[in-house]
Design a binder for this molecule. Sequence first.
Ligand SMILES: *Cc1c(COP(=O)(O)O)cnc(C)c1O
Length: 387
Amino acid sequence: MSRCTRAILYKENLKYNIEQIRKYIKAETKICMAVKADGYGHNAVLTAKMASEVGGIDYFAVATVDEGIELRNEGIKANIILLSLSTPSEFEDLIKYNIIPLVFDKEYISLFAKAAADHFKNSGEKYPVFLAVDTGMGRIGCYSEQAGQEAKFIEDTNHLVLKGMITHFCVSDSTVEKNQEFTKKQYEDFKKAVENVKKMGIDPGICSCGASAALLNNQDMQFDMVRPGIITYGYYPDEITKEYLHSVHKEFDIKPVLSLETQVVAIRHFKKGQTISYGRTYTCPEDTDIAVLPIGYADGLLRRFSPGLEVTIKGKKYPVRGRICMDQCMVDLGKNNKDVKVFDKVVVFGPKESGALCTADDLAKIGNTISYEVLTSLSKRVKRIIQ
Ligand SMILES: *Cc1c(COP(=O)(O)O)cnc(C)c1O
């Protein structure tokens, strides 16, 4: 039996979310599901396997070559795209494990072409790459006016083939008008980049611009492939919430996939004036019962969640008191607790089905961050189990 502090993955909810996305986009639009950062903390292999069973996913996106290798070693056959740059030391593995890189820098392209030539032993076979275009994100990519030349440079290597083009929005998760205008400008700029490649007589391949936020808010900006990450895991990206979408007459619904659970391992009686945990930041204002939980910041329950965090036990919320320790934290059950018993199940966050009354969004609010960080903070020692 595994440790009681664990994460449960609700397969049905992942299926529901992917089906929702499918219904929301055009039938011919491909889906590239982001499973980087170990599947947003859910476990990339389990997530990719579940998603593959659901079907309708054309690409998985990873951030490191090792993440791609892990998926391949576990039998994932779908296309895998690498969203961040690697270094030449990883090119051999990239090719060996059939992972598609984003490229734009000429030196990088030349070195990668050489690695492809070495791999194919000059058999004439060509390796696919995506051209990254920077339309305003200020991260990776060439500028739109260079895209034609870049595409030609790729083709001229004779060992690479342009499989697609990609850009990334930086404020598509905002409902503020000037940000929405910026997203439109980025989109127009990307269209120009695609045109520039076509003008060179080169097929731009699969063109893709929108992650979760743009997918939801800009249904006209799908191009050939959308790249949802966070919504597949059941969370909205910043201001593009369910309420906002319904206000602009767009029907969309998702459910959190993961719940973080633990159990009460001790209940102790505290007297008025006693303090709890490091730094003595919490003093009991009256006699109370305190539950000890075997979960701490080394599991991903960040220190900055306390004060503020409430966990759910048997359908009722209880506040965490004092500082969260590395491996443990303490929860206030109130005076003369009769409801909670030792070894009762505790849910920190998750979907309704888990019994949780909080989601990763609630924790994000307390910790002044976003659901992405709450999820990716879950550490390796929290076992992920498919429900
Ligand atoms: C992470 C990432 C995505 C997915 O983003 P979400 O906001 O989680 O949907 C898509 N494209 C790129 C390039 C990314 O880095």
